[in-house]
Structures are given as C-alpha cells and as structure tokens.
Design a protein around this ligand. Structure first.
Ligand code: SAM
Ligand code: SF4
Length: 333
C-alpha cells in the first residue's frame, strides 16, 4: 500500500473501516466479567480526550476511510453531554454510522436526546432477566432501570437496538431462553458473546466460557433457527433468524471461533491510545501527538503505520497468549 492510498489496509490485507471510541473508563456497574468489585483506579480526568480532541481523531480517521464509529467505555452515558459529541461526529464528512454501547442505566433519561443528536443504533448489555442473577453478575441491583431504559429507547424509535449478553458457563444457561423471548416480543436482536479473558479480577478460564455452539443447541431445543448469510456485511456475529419469522439472534464466538481474519476495526481508549486489537499489548499514543501540536497529516501517517502491523489475530487459544494490561472497561469493548 502506498502512503497516499486513502484506505487503511493492514499487513494481512484487511481494510479497516470501523473505529471504537471509548469516552470514559468510569462505570456505575461492576460486572464480574469486566471490573473489580471495588478499589478501581480510574484515569485522571485531565487524561481523557476532550470532545474536540476526539472529533479531531475521527476527522483524521475518516480521511483514511473510517466510516463507522461506535462510542463505548466504561459507561459512555456517564460522560457529560454525550449528545454534543454525537452531533459533532455525525457532522464529520465520511462518517455514515454512529452507534453506542451502553449498560442502559441512564437510558431512560437520555434516549431522546441521543436520538435527537443523530444516534441511530444502540447495543445494550443485559445478561440476566432474573433480578438476583442480574445483581450477581452486574453487582448492582437495578434491572428495573435497565428495562425502563430499553423500553424508552424502543419508543423513541432507534433504527436498531441489540442486546448483548456475555455467555458465562454455569451462569447464562438459565437466562438464555428468557432473553430470547424478551427480544422476540420487543423487537431486539439478542446476541451472546463468549466470555473473554479481559476481566479485571483475572478469573477467566476456558472452562468458564459458555460456547456459542452450546447456546445454539440450547435454543434449537425450542426453536428452529435459520443461519443468515452475512457475506455482504462483515461483523463479529453469526446471525440466525427464527424459522417462524419472528426475530433474529447473534452469536459472537470470540473464543471458540474468532473472526480475526475478517476484523475491520481499531479502537481508541478514553486517554487517546490507539489499539489495533482488543488484545493488543502495544498502544500508539495519539493524545500525546495532539497535545504536542502534531499535524493531522502526521497523525494520519501514525495511524496508518500502526494499522500496517495490526495483530493477525488474538492468541487466546495459543500457549503464548498474553493478557493485555488493561481490562475491558479501560479498553472500550
Ligand atoms: N458499559 C457499556 C456496556 O456494558 O454496554 C459499554 C462498555 S462494555 C466494556 C462493552 C461490552 O463489552 C459489553 O457488551 C460487555 O458485556 C462486554 N464485555 C465486557 N467484559 C467482557 C468480557 N470479559 N468478555 C466478553 N464481553 C465483555
Ligand atoms: Fe461497566 Fe460495561 Fe464493564 Fe459492566 S461491562 S462493568 S457496564 S463497562
């Protein structure tokens, strides 16, 4: 690839079009698969990129062919005035999709203003519909607020609302069918994500992952599933429709059958570090470049060089797997 090519293409020939931007590492939940129960050390606020700085990175990234942005965290709705950032990003030439991943606790209050700002797609994390199980996994007793948030978001009219549930063995099995019925009745696509070794508590073990194929088998006991041909739309989920025509589900086999060969995304942490893989052990400090006055051209070249050596894939299934220093909430899932 020449350096004047407008596209971001990595050393494996993968074209990168998707940037996940974390806006904070703070969160009001303490999900067991993500954060510790207490004593969390958060980034100093002065290290968080400002909206103007995020806007600048997005503008540079869009000049390189990035056209999809997902805002995440930590809990992105804890960042003040998020709709302002959404509006700013929506106005960047070349960006045609802005989405958000949230735990939905603040969604009841914010759904309308997020929608008004131009947000079209939402992913909401919800692992359990049983209030006690919800409290066990999220370490917060607030299922009701999350369901109210989802209900409000549905009424506000987002183009797409997906529910993400982390699949943990000996926890998720009893929740799967309830989540599916809920998704079918309220029009949400429910997606199950295999538990990955990104938990702060470092308790992840392979035995604790409920695998995608097991989830599909469980659902098939009640419903006939039809695989969706996703060949035109590259995403991490294998999708299935229900043969009765009512709804869709997704399975993200991040551990048992990773989609690294088709990965089209990079990430930026809330403190402005570019990560070319969820499991990167190296980062590129864009914040330092911005704050030391580097030009857009230099930032673009730095992003291009980082992408060139994007990891071929994660190594969860290999002996030399190394956990990244950051847990999920500090990366931006
Ligand atoms: N706080 C927001 C939320 O929970 O939706 C956004 C950030 S959260 C880190 C983004 C996504 O990562 C959520 O869907 C969450 O379930 C998922 N996640 C967190 N830790 C995970 C892990 N160890 N394995 C798989 N998914 C994980
Ligand atoms: Fe917070 Fe999301 Fe991590 Fe749960 S998964 S602790 S809601 S950042």
């Amino acid at each position: 690839m020449t350096s004047d090519s407008p596209k971001l293409i990595d050393g494996m020939g993968r074209t990168i079009v998707n940037l996940r931007v974390s806006v904070t590492d703070r969160c009001n939940f303490r999900c067991t698969y993500c954060m510790p129960a207490d004593n969390v050390e958060f980034m100093d606020r002065s290290n968080l990129l400002t909206f103007e700085e995020i806007h600048r990175v997005v503008t540079v990234a869009s000049s390189l062919g990035i056209n999809r942005i997902r805002l995440t965290g930590g809990e992105p709705l804890m960042r003040k005035d998020l709709p302002t950032l959404i509006k700013m990003i929506n106005e960047v030439e070349g960006i045609n999709d802005v989405a958000l991943t949230t735990n939905a606790f603040f969604l009841n209050d914010q759904a309308q203003s997020l929608h008004d700002a131009g947000l079209k797609r939402l992913n909401v994390s919800l692992d359990a519909l049983d209030p006690e199980k919800f409290r066990d996994v999220n370490r917060r007793d607030c299922l009701k607020a999350v369901l109210e948030g989802l209900d409000t978001a549905r009424k506000v009219g987002f183009k797409s609302i997906k529910i993400n549930a982390v699949a943990v063995r000996n926890f998720s099995e009893s929740e799967i069918m309830g989540l599916i019925e809920y998704g079918r009745s309220d029009g949400f696509e429910v997606r199950f994500i295999e538990f990955m070794p990104l938990d702060s508590d470092k308790v992840w073990e392979r035995d604790k992952v409920l695998f995608g194929h097991e989830i599909v088998e469980l659902i098939k006991e009640k419903y006939e599933l039809v695989p969706v041909d996703n060949s035109l739309e590259i995403g991490p989920a294998s999708e299935y429709t229900f043969a009765d025509g009512k709804g869709k589900i997704g399975i993200i086999t991040a551990v048992s059958n990773p989609f690294c060969d088709h990965c089209n995304r990079i990430r930026m942490t809330a403190d402005g570090k570019l990560r070319t893989c969820l499991f990167s052990t190296d980062e590129t400090n864009l914040k330092e470049m911005i704050r030391s006055g580097d030009s857009n051209q230099k930032i673009a070249e730095t992003i291009r060089q980082a992408v060139l050596v994007k990891e071929p894939g994660h190594k969860i299934n290999l002996d030399d797997f190394e956990r990244p220093d950051r847990a999920m909430h500090a990366i931006g899932g």
